[in-house]
Ligand binder design. Structure first.
Ligand code: ADP
Length: 483
């Protein structure tokens, strides 16, 4: 990996404006999933170092909050400009630790940066209210204030964008942050810390602690100085963290697992639906929480859609994300590979047909063939569980009511997609789906301007848009009496 700015390749944690090691010098290794080569080691911090980071964030809080919104905005804008200027290096680091193709990594950097730009602007628009008073002797005012120290625990599938999506609104609101990046992808977070440092984000305002997830997570959730937890990851860990936060009654935002339905009605534009399916399912080799998980295809269009999708999927270029032309990188690790393999074996064992793919890729390592399965039934694991891999199971249905019932038959409620050109159906289905985000005739729906988040077991709270900053603000009511 040759970067144009080698100082972005950091192998130390960032606490209180200083680069540091673990007290006991222990480390974690970072592996390139395309080659299984060790590319870095980072400190394995524990509870004591996490306490230090939390204390630093707490102590830095009053000065950061005391800046005007415009001053915080200027610092965030600097950070944004630096991320954009270094996007090529940041993308290389991301591909090396996570595996996604370079073009996708670069899109993630730009997407992640867009949250910093957005919240640099939004910092100036944290408005309160004046309320008509029911008593003549009183005036009622509502102000918004930063919650305090915010902890962010982020996943490996978007090593850069999940950091900015949480930290930009937190910093804009006047919070200080302690981030625990995923253990397999800490390098993107540390590079962002270097750029935050250069942008002039003061010591203690932005901290990155790498290390043992469970130990650091315990401290971030139990420490009373932390007032907010923002987590993205699995439902299982999210539930645990929420329970841990209960003892100190922290505000929580959770962005958890999904089981996105992708519905194609007979009246859909097939070409558009196939393009949307490719983008939604195979991006990041199927490893995003809003990836289409279950394809529900109306019977009249099923044969055409299945054939067209399989034709496109079998043309996808699989390989090392750092190589030009690669469209599908590896899965993140051996466990992920085995899980995807088990899902396919379970489906095939219960009668599914493999239209394309279905096996480990001949490249070996953690590569899996992009796969399309037909003849899917509800008893298969792919019908209920989050696949998190490049496997598209195609179900069939006959009526709109059946599609809605099938789509909602899950404990998850993150993203759903459907394709139809009938305007009445578009409204009916959009309103009936129990999901936080609905893609209508589009498979790529995330943007910094829109609220990202789920219903049911998919989470609490929203990231992005004007909604996202609310998660880091307290609402304070002032009653001025004695007039
Ligand atoms: P995935 O690895 O599938 O993204 P996880 O929920 O396991 O989903 O991980 C998401 C983030 O949560 C990662 O940063 C991981 O290190 C962290 N994590 C995992 N287990 C714990 C835990 N017990 N406490 C705190 N954080 C955890």
């Amino acid at each position: 990996m040759i970067l144009s700015d080698n100082a972005l390749f950091k192998q130390q944690a960032y606490v209180n404006g200083q680069w540091c090691e673990a007290r006991d010098q222990r480390t974690l290794t970072v592996v390139n999933p395309a080659t299984a080569a060790v590319i870095a080691t980072v400190p394995r911090l524990g509870a004591v170092e996490t306490q230090t980071a939390i204390r630093a964030a707490y102590d830095a809080g009053s000065a950061w909050r005391a800046l005007t919104a415009k001053e915080r905005s200027n610092v965030l804008r600097q950070w944004y400009d630096l991320i954009i200027a270094h996007q090529a290096d940041l993308a290389q680091l991301l591909t090396a630790e996570q595996g996604k193709p370079l073009a996708e990594a670069r899109s993630e950097i730009i997407y992640g940066a867009s949250y910093v730009e957005w919240y640099a602007e939004e910092a100036k628009r944290v408005y309160g209210d004046t309320l008509p008073s029911p008593k003549t002797s009183q005036r009622l005012v509502v102000i918004k204030q930063a919650v305090g120290v915010a902890a962010a625990i982020t996943p490996w599938n978007f090593p850069s964008a999940m950091i900015t999506r949480k930290c930009a609104p937190a910093l804009a609101a006047g919070c200080t942050v302690v981030i625990k990046p995923a253990s397999s992808t800490p390098l993107s977070a540390l590079a962002l810390a270097e750029l935050a440092h250069r942008a002039g984000i003061p010591a203690g305002v932005f901290n990155v602690v790498t290390g043992d997830a469970r130990v650091i997570g315990e401290e971030l959730t139990r420490n009373p100085l932390v007032r907010k937890l923002s987590f993205t990851g699995s439902t299982e860990i999210g539930q645990q963290l929420m329970a841990q936060c209960a003892t100190t009654v922290k505000k929580v935002s959770l962005e958890l697992g999904g089981n996105a339905p992708f519905i194609v009605f007979d009246d859909a534009d097939v070409e558009q639906a196939v393009a949307g399916a490719l983008a939604s399912k195979y991006r990041n080799s199927g490893q995003t929480c809003i990836c289409a998980n279950r394809f529900l295809i109306q019977s009249g269009i099923y044969p055409r859609f299945a054939a067209a999708l399989a034709a496109e999927v079998s043309r996808l270029q699989v390989g090392d994300g750092a190589k030009a032309g690669t469209q599908q990188g590896p899965l993140i690790n051996q466990a992920a590979l085995e899980k995807v393999e088990e899902y396919v074996a379970d489906a095939v064992g219960k009668g599914a047909n493999v239209l394309c793919g279905g096996k480990r890729h001949e490249l070996g390592g953690y590569f899996f063939q992009p796969t399309v399965l037909t003849n899917i039934t509800p008893d298969m694991r792919v019908a209920k569980e989050e696949i998190f891999g490049p496997v598209a199971p195609l179900f069939t249905f006959d009526t709109e009511a059946q599609a809605i019932a099938l789509a909602n038959e899950t404990e998850f409620g993150l993203a759903a997609y459907f394709y139809s050109r009938d305007i009445g159906r578009v409204w009916r289905v959009a309103e009936a789906l129990e999901y936080g985000m609905i893609g209508i005739n589009d498979g790529m729906i995330s943007s910094e301007a829109a609220p990202f988040g789920g219903m049911k077991a998919s989470g609490i709270g929203r990231e992005g848009g004007y909604y996202g900053i609310e998660e880091f603000l307290e609402t304070k009511y002032l009653c001025l009496g004695g007039l």
